[in-house]
Write a protein that binds this ligand. Structure first.
Ligand code: NI
Length: 157
């Protein structure tokens, strides 16, 4: 397992749409393992493959000691609303409020290609929404209620 370099906001690859994972092979397992090491190294709650420069639809999250890998995730239901501050390893120190669904249902595949569905709420739901946004080139600052504050501080998009 290796620590990979985290792509920072302002780099164009972070804004690209990631492609679905087709092969559930050693390359994917290595990627997921490296993402976990990289997330722990940076004290993150989640990481998406494009954040380590790989434009494939794979994310990891860890909330309250529950670690989940989601390959080709698709959010199929959203319920309620919740506002909390978020940060991002690609953005740096800035934290800002984002409105997210309180509860989501997400369909995904595990690293071996087996499909699963989970319904979760609050922080786990928030974290998955944040990471899935990365797969479409969307960053939390784009939709933050504090976007103007971020821009005034000299933040780039
Ligand atoms: Ni992020």
């Amino acid at each position: 397992m290796a620590i990979r370099k985290v792509v920072k906001i302002g780099e164009s690859s972070l804004r690209k749409k990631s492609k679905p994972v087709k092969d559930f092979d050693e390359d994917l397992w290595q990627l997921l393992d490296d993402m976990k090491t990289t997330m722990y190294e940076n004290d993150g709650m989640g990481l998406a493959a494009p954040q380590v420069g790989v434009l494939r639809r794979a994310v990891i999250v860890e909330v309250n000691n529950v670690f989940i890998e989601l390959v080709n995730p698709e959010i199929t239901a959203r319920k309620g609303e919740d506002i909390e501050e978020e940060g991002c390893l690609s953005v740096g120190a800035f934290r800002g409020r984002v409105v997210r669904p309180y509860e989501i249902t997400v369909k995904a595949f595990d690293r071996f290609g087996y499909p699963f569905t989970i319904t979760c709420e609050k922080w786990l739901a928030r974290c998955i929404c944040h990471e899935v946004d990365h797969l479409d080139g969307v960053l939390f600052v784009d939709k933050s209620l504090d976007k103007n504050k971020y821009l005034k501080q000299g933040g780039v998009l």
